[in-house]
Design a protein around this ligand. Sequence first.
Ligand SMILES: Nc1ncnc2c1ncn2[C@@H]1O[C@H](COP(=O)(O)OP(=O)(O)OP(=O)(O)O)[C@@H](O)[C@H]1O
Length: 344
Amino acid sequence: MILTRLRQQNFRNLASLELVLPPGPLALVGPNASGKTNLLEAIFLALGGEVRGALADRVRFGAPEARLFAEVETQLGVVRFEQRFGRGGREIRLNEAPASLRELSEYAGAVWIRPEDIALVRGGPEERRRWLDLALMRFSPRYRALLSAYEKTLRQRNAALRTSPRGLGVWNERLAGYGEQVLHWRRRILERLAPLAAAAYRELDAAPLELELRETAPPERLAEVLEANLQEELERGVTLAGPHRDDVRLLLGSLDAVKFASRGEARSVALALRLAEHRLLAEHHGEPPLLLVDDFAAELDARRQAALLAYAAQLPQAVLSGTHAPEGWTRTLRIEAGVWNLEA
Ligand SMILES: Nc1ncnc2c1ncn2[C@@H]1O[C@H](COP(=O)(O)OP(=O)(O)OP(=O)(O)O)[C@@H](O)[C@H]1O
């Protein structure tokens, strides 16, 4: 998938301009606070990416709404993505017709790699669950509905634990039903992501990387575990086992990367997770998503940078930001105080 045209209005500090993008590797270069991250975020969002925090914060200070327009070339032809968001809510259009986020996930879209990804390793289990869940939503729009049904039921069961334990039977059954499905989906995607992450990590470093699900209850025993925990759950007022408590173990050699990885190793593991996601999406859609890399040099030594650059350079399109261009990358998009300028 190739992004050929990007237009935006009132997105953070970016100047309202139309950008015609070339295929292949593109370096996005500018000083600190010039708007590099903002431009990558605009592209990611425009192509259906999901971000944390309120969309309203992405609207230029003082403006009522922001607009994003992206034109991409896919195997199935040219597709136009449009969005506006702000005080009046969010509106998405696909080829000029109203659409939902779910429809955007039918395209390869973009994978955004950023220094903040280190939280996938250094952060709590919720970071790794979210990574898996967001990846699953991109592969299966049905998973989004399933996960939200599970989460809603969990809130209802927790409320019942505190206020009306007599009605728990219904919630146990429902939670176990949805939970079992969530667990099966997660197992299936991890089975596919694990070897891709291991292969991506091998290109960065010699140590083997293994991914394993750490489940508080296996799917086939979830109902049983809910029963067994009931007394303690009534005392504490929360559900102690299920997909909302699970984690993904990241093993480097035989060591738990979450506890023992150095900063550079943690960043490399996070990078391998994102590259695995990129490769799996490429397989799934039959064409690679646009690769966006923010601050490509951050915390990576020369060898790891070279591996990342080599992967990016062979893709149909990749945009990498930094305060300087990677060596040998000739196409540069310069950005200064939110204004960009293409040097092809
Ligand atoms: N909603 C907004 N409206 C206007 N400006 C904003 C908004 N949100 C963020 N900014 C500004 O955009 C500027 C550029 O931020 P950005 O993170 O894109 O810089 P960067 O080029 O990636 O910098 P660095 O090299 O330091 O990572 C910041 O100074 C920030 O204050």
